[in-house]
Design a protein around this ligand. Structure first.
Ligand code: BGC
Length: 746
C-alpha cells in the first residue's frame, strides 16, 4: 500500500509541476519552431517527415542526412554510430536540425520486465511505471530517445499474438497502466537525457482484428470505438504522450494511416493533441494492398491529408509529397503542421541543445535495483488460478521434481519483442529454485520436453520416475517467445506439443502437481485446470521470472495478480470478455450442456438461451480473477446516497478483512452497470481499482467515488452523457463476484 500511495503522490506532484513548466516553455518553443520553419525549403520539410531504418553508415546515408532528407532513424543501436550520424545532421546539414533515434523497447531494453499483459495482471500502475523507467534509463544510455511503446490496443481475442503486448481487455485498466508507462518513459521532463518519448499505439482499433489474425480488418461502430478502444488513447493524449502511431488495420473500410476522422477530427481537434503521429512500418504504403490507394502517390496524398506526420519506412512522402504540393493536392499548410509537430518533439527532447549521447560504459544495464524491480513486477504479474488443498506454497518438502520446457528457457521466458535482451542474464526457474532451495530440498530435474512444441515423449518415463521419487511436482509449461507477438497468431491456443500429455503422465505419480504457465496469451487449459492441483499463470515474466516464481512457489512472496483478460475454456468462445451485453435471453450457470441432452430431445426442451452447448456461457476464469495464499472477506458495500443527481457523485465504501495467515495484497475492484440505456450497456464495467496490502487478521476500509461522468457513454447522436435510471455497483475481488448495490441517477 505504501508503494501505491507513493506512486499516486508522485503523479500528483508531477502533474502540477509538469503543467506549469510546460506552459512556460511552450511559447518559446513555438517561436523557435516558426522561425526554423520559415527558413526551411519544401524538400527539407518533407525530409523531416521521413523515417528510415538503420542500414549502417554508407555514402548514401551520409548524403541523405546532409541534405536533410531524413528526420529520424529507427534501429540504430550503437551510440558511436548515433553520434556520427547526428554530427552530420547538426554540423553539415544546412539548418542543423538534429535527428531523433527510435527503437521498439516494449517491456525492457536489457533488464526485461514481464510482457505488458503480465504487467497488467499486477493491477499496479507502479509496475508499469518502473518497467518503463528502467527501460528508458537503459535505452537512452545508447542514444535512443524515442520508443514505440506503450501498446494500448484493447484485445478480446487471445488468438491475436499481440495480446501479449497489450494490457488486456479492459479500457480502464489499460488506461491506468499505459499512463504510468508513459510517465516512466518520459520522466519528469522530456529533455532529461534519460527520458525517451513514448508512443501511443496502434491508433486505433488494431486489437479488434477479425478472427484474431494480425493486420486484419476491423468493423467497429463509433460508439464502441469511443466507449472502449479509444479510452486509453485519450488518456495517453491527456497525459502528454509525445507521439502516437497509426495502426495497420482499417476500421470500417478506412485504413488508419488515411483516416482523417481518427487522426484529425478526434486526435487533433477533439483532444487538442500536438505531438507527432507516425505511421506504422510501411502502413501508408500498405494502403495500396488494402485497396484504398491506387499507388504510392495516392497513398502519400491520403496519408498527408489525413494528418499522418511521419512516414516510417513507407517511402510515400519522400517520393511523392513535393509533387503533390506542387500540384496543389496537398497544401503547404498541411506539411507545415506536420513538420511543426516533429520539430516540437525534437525541441521537447532537448535535442537542439544536447544532440549527442554521452558514451558511457554499460553499468546502467542490469543495475541491482532494476533487477529487483523486474523481479517484483514478475511476482505481481503471476496469477494463482487454482490451489487445491493449499498445495502452494510448497513447505516441509524433502524433494521436488522440476519438469518442463519452460523450466529452463532463458530466451523464451523474456517473451516477445525483446530485440536487445541477452538470455544469458535470464534467471530461469530451475536456476532460481536450485540456488535458493537446492541445499534443503532435493531437486529432481528432468526437463523432458525441450521446447513448447516438442512432441518427443522419450523422456516421459524419466519424468514420471522423478515425480514418483519426489514429494511434489513443479511442471513448467507454456509457449516459446516466437509463438506470440506481431504476426504470431494462432487458431488453436491450447498447450503446444506434448505438454498436455506430459501432465496426464505426471499425475500418475499420485503426487501434487503444480502447473506453472509461462505464455504470451491466455491459453485454453480447461483439461489441465482439472488435472493440476495448483496453477500459477505467470505469462512471460522477463529476466527475473525464475527468481520471482521461486519466491512465489516457496512462499517468500504471495500471489496478488488478477487476470487482465478473460480466459476461455475453448477457442470457439472467442470473443469472450466480461463487459459484454446481456442479450434478450441471457443464460445463468445452469445451462444444459451437450452431454446432458437426452437423446432425441425435442428442439426447445433444453431452453433457448444464449450459450454454447459444449462450453456453456462462462469462461474458464473470468476477468479480474486471481487467488492468494490468504483469504479476504468483503463486507457489504455502503453508499453515501442511493440517488445521484446530475453533476453529482456517490461514494461507496467496503471493509476488507484478511482472514488468512499471510500478509497479502488484494486488488479491490469497483464495477458498475447501467441497467437501462438508450443503447444497451455492458453487464459490468470496471470503473476503478485499488491494490492494497492487508496484514493477516487485519481489516482495511476502501472507498471509491463515482461521478456522473463515470456513468456516461456515447449515445447514438455521438454525444457522451449519462442516462437517468437505475444502476448497480459492486466492490468485489473479481468481475464475477460481489453483491450488487443499487442507486439511481435523477
Ligand atoms: C509494429 C510496430 C512497431 C514498428 C517498428 C511494426 O511492425 O507494428 O508496433 O513499433 O514495427 O518496429
Amino acid at each position: 500500500m505504501k508503494k501505491v500511495l507513493c506512486y499516486t503522490l508522485f503523479l500528483t506532484v508531477f502533474t502540477v509541476l509538469g503543467c506549469s513548466q510546460q506552459s512556460k516553455n511552450s511559447n518559446d518553443v513555438e517561436k523557435k519552431i516558426n522561425s526554423l520553419l520559415s527558413q526551411m525549403t519544401l524538400d527539407e520539410k518533407i525530409g523531416q517527415m521521413n523515417q528510415l531504418t538503420d542500414v549502417g553508415i554508407n555514402d548514401d546515408v551520409k548524403a541523405q542526412i546532409k541534405n536533410g532528407s531524413v528526420g529520424s532513424f529507427l534501429n540504430t543501436m550503437s551510440p558511436e554510430q548515433i553520434n556520427e550520424m547526428q554530427k552530420i545532421a547538426v554540423e553539415e546539414s544546412r539548418l542543423g536540425i538534429p535527428l531523433v533515434f527510435a527503437r521498439d523497447i516494449i517491456h525492457g531494453f536489457k533488464t526485461i520486465f514481464p510482457v505488458p499483459l503480465g504487467q497488467a495482471a499486477s493491477f499496479n500502475p507502479e509496475v508499469g511505471y518502473n518497467g518503463a523507467r528502467v527501460a528508458a534509463v537503459e535505452a537512452s544510455s545508447v542514444g535512443i530517445r524515442w520508443t514505440f511503446t506503450p501498446m494500448m490496443d484493447i484485445s478480446r481475442d487471445a488468438r491475436w499474438g499481440r495480446i501479449a503486448e497489450s494490457c488486456g481487455e479492459d479500457p480502464v485498466l489499460t488506461a491506468k497502466m499505459v499512463v504510468a508507462m508513459i510517465r516512466g518513459f518520459q520522466g519528469e521532463n522530456l529533455a532529461d537525457p534519460t527520458s525517451i518519448a513514448a508512443c501511443a499505439k496502434h491508433f486505433a482499433g488494431y486489437g479488434a482484428a477479425e478472427s484474431g489474425k494480425d493486420y486484419n480488418t476491423t468493423w467497429i461502430p463509433e460508439e464502441l470505438l469511443r466507449d472502449v478502444y479509444l479510452v486509453p488513447f485519450e488518456a495517453a493524449a491527456k497525459a502528454g504522450c509525445a507521439t502516437f502511431m497509426c495502426s495497420f488495420n482499417d476500421i470500417n473500410g478506412v485504413p488508419s494511416s488515411g483516416n482523417r476522422h481518427l487522426n484529425v477530427d478526434i486526435l487533433r481537434n477533439e483532444w487538442g493533441y500536438d505531438g507527432v503521429l507516425v505511421s506504422d512500418w510501411g502502413s501508408a504504403q500498405q494502403m495500396i494492398p488494402h485497396g484504398f490507394s491506387e499507388d504510392l502517390k495516392q497513398a502519400a496524398e491520403q496519408a498527408a491529408n489525413a494528418g499522418m506526420d511521419m512516414d516510417m519506412m513507407g517511402f510515400a512522402y519522400i517520393n511523392h509529397l513535393k509533387e503533390l504540393v506542387n500540384e496543389g493536392v496537398v497544401s503547404e499548410k498541411t506539411i507545415d503542421s506536420a513538420v511543426r509537430n516533429i520539430l516540437r518533439l525534437k525541441y521537447r527532447l532537448g535535442l537542439f541543445d544536447k544532440p549527442y549521447v554521452e558514451i558511457k560504459d554499460s553499468t546502467v544495464f542490469y543495475a541491482k535495483e532494476s533487477l529487483e524491480k523486474a523481479k517484483q513486477a514478475a511476482v505481481e504479474s503471476a496469477v494463482l488460478l487454482k490451489n487445491e488443498n493449499n498445495v502452494l506454497p510448497l513447505a516441509n518438502l524433502k524433494s521436488v521434481a522440476v519438469i518442463g520446457a519452460l523450466a529452463d528457457a532463458p530466451a523464451d521466458q523474456v517473451g516477445t519483442w525483446c530485440f536487445d535482451a541477452e538470455p544469458s542474464h535470464s534467471v530461469t526457474p530451475i536456476a532460481a529454485i536450485t540456488e535458493a532451495y537446492g541445499k534443503d530440498v532435493k531437486i529432481n530435474y528432468v526437463q523432458t520436453l525441450k521446447y513448447s512444441r516438442d512432441k518427443n515423449k522419450s523422456d516421459f518415463p524419466k519424468a514420471l520416475a522423478a515425480a514418483r521419487n519426489s514429494d511434489a511436482v513443479l511442471y513448467f509449461v507454456g509457449e516459446e517467445a516466437i509463438l506470440s507477438g506481431e504476426a504470431k497468431c494462432l487458431a488453436d491456443i491450447s498447450l503446444q506439443g506434448a505438454q498436455s500429455e506430459l501432465l496426464t503422465e505426471l499425475k500418475k505419480s499420485g503426487k501434487p502437481v503444480v502447473l506453472v504457465v509461462m505464455a504470451g496469451r491466455p491459453l485454453t487449459i480447461e483439461k489441465e485446470a482439472k488435472e493440476a492441483d495448483a496453477i500459477l499463470y505467470a505469462f512471460h515474466g522477463g529476466t527475473m521470472a525464475g527468481a520471482a516464481l521461486a519466491d512465489l512457489i516457496f512462499g517468500k512472496a504471495v500471489p496478488s495478480g488478477k487476470l487482465p483478460v478473460t480466459m476461455p475454456k475453448m477457442v470457439g468462445q472467442i470473443p469472450i470478455y466480461y463487459n459484454h451485453k446481456n442479450t434478450g435471453r441471457p443464460t445463468g450457470k445452469g445451462a444444459t450442456l451437450i452431454d446432458e441432452i437426452p437423446v432425441g430431445a425435442g428442439q426447445f426442451s433444453i431452453g433457448s438461451t444464449s450459450y454454447h452447448l459444449d462450453a456453456g456461457s462462462e469462461p474458464l476464469y473470468p476477468f479480474g480473477y486471481g487467488l492468494s495464499y490468504t483469504t479476504f472477506e468483503y463486507s457489504d458495500v455502503q453508499l453515501s446516497d442511493t440517488v445521484i443527481s446530475l453533476n453529482g457523485k456517490i461514494t461507496a465504501k467496503c471493509t476488507i478483512k484478511n482472514t488468512g495467515k499471510y500478509d497479502a495484497c488484494e486488488v479491490v475492484q469497483f464495477y458498475m452497470r447501467d441497467l437501462v440505456g438508450e443503447l444497451i450497456r455492458p453487464v459490468k464495467e470496471l470503473k476503478d481499482f485499488q491494490k492494497i496490502l492487508i496484514k493477516a487478521g487485519e481489516s482495511r476500509e476502501v472507498e471509491f467515488t463515482l461521478t456522473t461522468d463515470d456513468l456516461a457513454y456515447w449515445h447514438s447522436d455521438m454525444k457522451k452523457r449519462a442516462d437517468k435510471g437505475k444502476f448497480y455497483l459492486w466492490i468485489a475481488p473479481s468481475s464475477d463476484l460481489g453483491k450488487a448495490v443499487e442507486f439511481k441517477l435523477k
